[in-house]
Design a protein around this ligand. Structure first.
Ligand SMILES: C[S@@+](CC[C@H](N)C(=O)[O-])C[C@H]1O[C@@H](n2cnc3c(N)ncnc32)[C@H](O)[C@@H]1O
Length: 190
């Protein structure tokens, strides 16, 4: 799959979230220059950097030192002063509240749902990026227990098209599954 320069220049270590999936997070949640976001795990920071390019401020937590440092370097190289990348585990604690958006891309995202609920403002969105169906089911169950509403799950397939003199058709190569995308909203009124 084509990776545009805005991403290609970012260093990468663990599996990153791809632009095809990042785009819907920004559009679906109405992210804008007033938005305050919380993100975990940072990984290489591809999602965190993308959120910070649009939002007012982004706080991102990563448990591994080497990934935290790599993502901090990506944020510095992009000149993003509104992105703070820190060592931390959202399952144990989320510092800060009144977030408009919490994004979770880590193995036990379902366990961070109770803290995410507390950290979100009313009407805020939670987003989970979950490679396996089993993780998606656990995440959706955790959202239901926490009184999140507007729960919707998706998988986005981007098909590369090839154009040659013999004809134009979808490519037989390319990235198919990346992860399931789950969105939910904290009710406007408690
Ligand atoms: C798939 S990567 C995230 C990729 C990132 N969204 C991006 O676009 O570059 C998952 C990251 O979560 C981190 N992680 C795993 N468990 C965590 C936890 N409990 N708290 C914080 N980070 C965690 C891992 O070290 C890893 O870097």
């Amino acid at each position: 799959m084509y990776i545009p320069p805005a991403y290609k220049r970012l260093k990468r270590a663990p599996q990153v979230m791809l632009p095809k999936d990042i785009g819907i997070v920004i559009a679906y949640t109405g992210l804008n220059k007033q938005s305050k976001c919380f993100d975990a795990g940072t990984g290489s920071g591809w999602l965190a950097v993308s959120l910070a390019r649009v939002a007012k401020e982004v706080t991102s937590y990563e448990i591994r030192d080497e990934f935290m440092k790599l993502a901090q370097k990506n944020a510095r190289n992009e000149g993003l002063k509104n992105l703070r990348i820190m060592k931390g585990d959202p399952i144990k604690r989320i510092v800060g509240k009144d977030f408009d958006l919490v994004t979770l891309d880590m193995p036990d995202s379902d366990k961070a749902v109770p803290n995410a609920y507390k950290a979100l403002k009313n009407g805020g969105y939670i987003f989970g990026y979950l490679p396996h169906i089993e993780q998606m089911k656990k995440f959706i169950r955790a959202l239901g227990k926490q009184r999140f509403g507007e729960i919707n799950a998706y998988e986005l397939i981007a098909r590369d098209m090839i154009t040659r003199k013999e004809g134009t058709r979808p490519s037989t190569k390319g990235v198919w599954h990346t992860a399931y995308l789950v969105f939910a909203r904290k009710p406007e009124v408690q």
